[in-house]
Structures are given as structure tokens and as C-alpha cells.
Design a binder for this molecule. Sequence first.
Ligand code: ZN
Ligand code: ZN
Length: 369
Amino acid sequence: MSMELTFLGTGSAYPSPHRGASALVLRTDGESWMFDCGEGTQTQLMKSQLRAGRITKVFISHLHGDHVFGLPGLLCTVSLNLPHEPKRLQCVDIYGPLGLRHFLRVTLGLTASQLIFPYAVHELEPTSDQSPEGGQSSREDTAEHGCLLPQEQEGRNILLDPGSDSYLLFEDSHFEVRAFRLFHRVPSFGFCVQEKDRPGRLRTELLKELGVKPGPMYGRLKSGENLTLDCGRVLTPGEVLEEDIPGRKVCVLGDCSSVLGQAPLRLCCGADILVHEATLGDEQQEKAVEHGHSTPKMAAALARECQVRTLVLYHFSQRYKPPALQKEGEGDDVCELKRQAEEVLQGTGIEVMLAEDFFSVSIPLKKPR
Ligand SMILES: [Zn+2]
Ligand SMILES: [Zn+2]
């Protein structure tokens, strides 16, 4: 299965002609999952190779506008364009902090926007230590107002599981997605997408020797079933399958000046890709932290602790122009942010990448253990 991460917006605070507001998409063979949806994401999406109608899940890290203002508009546009898409009745699952359900009901409700596909908002309940005093929305603001909108389905209210110190959002036979807590001016979350290990390749030469012809029996062995041969011998999958292929892991953190608890370290450990914000350079760390943000050094320290394979930096202050537009010696150079992270990661083998709008990175299958 192919897996690819595409950045649609890499700027902080607001969209500019050079950088869209936060949004990225993880695409696998059949589906696209979006992480954050800042203002203007739908036009960025149209400029990319991705198709809005393929989005089946949306994960919102926190309720700051640069991460969520684009969501109502995107949903409406998807809805308008659906007749041209293959008929789809699948529910779009939207995950995000408490208050997101209210935000969508007010914006879609007041604008009389009618979606033609079903959707559900699953809310994560933050803990009080995820933001400074006053950073949490009041109960009144986040309470559910009114009834379900047409096409809105009942969503889940997801509480922190104290055992794992994380939120289990979703699990199927291919993936498990968990959220973990971050510290920011308002409660913010990180997401860990863990692909499950898959069975290794069939030893077809051996099967041929045993007289098992290609066909449904191969599938049964691969799915873990024993097979009784005509001669009475029982063949177990362990005999005819190569080693398991380890699942890939992608972690995307929302805005933060730190992580909370042990879960982020555990969940991000060994990630193929860690996507971390770096709003300002190390020389402005005090200002960054004051605003609930990180610098490259801070992002790299987490990447180092978690021994990830690749650190991708994004959510840059709009003062940083993309390298192609940067004139030498003029203004702030985004490449300096990469150098700052690389300094911390020297000798670790961890690669640092700078995300630009429409930058894509594919996550190759791992080698069998
Ligand atoms: Zn932001
Ligand atoms: Zn923010």
C-alpha cells in the first residue's frame, strides 16, 4: 500500500500568497485523511494532485483559526462537487477538540449550508493543563447548541484514557489512530497514525513444491488460516510466510510549546515521519514559547528523544519566504531553521526536511523484521 504525505499549507497565523495556512493530507491507496484545515485550504487542494472528494477523515489539532477556518468551506465545496464524483455515502469522520461540533453547527447552520453527505464530529475532551489559565473555552461555548444538522450524525465524546494517557480515535484492520496532549495557548493535540504489521510474502517456491497452486488457498494462508493438503499434512501460515512487514508510523503535532505526559514520547517513538511546528527560529525561543510555539531546536529535541527517522518542520511564521522566493541576504531565511534543527540532530542519522506548500513525501514500506 502506498502512503504519501502532502502539505497544502505551511504558514502560521494566516494564509499568504507564499504560504497557505495549516493543512496536510495523508493519502493511502483508497483514502485521504486531512490534518488541520486553515483558511484557503480548498483552493490549495484544487491546485494539488489530491481530490477533495476522497477525504474520509479530518483531524483538527486545535481551534485556532489558522487550523480550522477552512473546514466549513471545504465541506460545502466537496458537497457541491460530489455529483461529479462516484456516488459516495460514506460518512466523513471529523475529530477535534471540544467545541468543534458547535463551531460547525453555527457556521454551517447560519449559512444554511446543506451537505449532501453524512458527517460526524467526534470531540476530544482536553485536560485543564493543556493551556494557560483562560486558554480553555468555557463550558457554555463548547456545549452542544441546537440539534443535529441535516446529514450530521451522532459523534462520539472521547475522553483521555488514563491507562495509555492518550485518546483512541479509530482502529480497523489496517490502522490505529491515537491523539495525545500538547501544551499551547488553547488545548492542542498531536496525532499518531500507526499502520498495523502485515503478513510477509508467501514463499511461493515452497508452495509449488508442496503442490499448492496459486489461487484462493494462497489468500487463506496469508490471512492466517491453516491449510490441510490432500495428503493430510496441515500447513501453517508460519511455514509458508516470510517475516512480518512492520507497519509504518506517521505523527503530526499541532501547535505546541511542549508535549504533556509520557504518551507523546511513547507514541512518536520510532516514527517514520514526525511533523512538528517550528514557528520561529531558535534566536526567538522566548517569544515562541510565550505564544505557545516551538523553535527548530525544540522540535529536534523531541525527534531525537523519540529516535524518529525523519523530522519535517512546518507552520513557519509568514516572515519566512519559501527558499525559491528568498533573495540572498534579505529577510529571514527559512533554510536557517533547517540548519538549527540539524545541529541538534548531528550524528543521529535523523533527516530534517522543511515542508513547503505542495511538498510531498512518500513513506516506503519497511523491510521485514
Ligand atoms: Zn497555528
Ligand atoms: Zn495555535
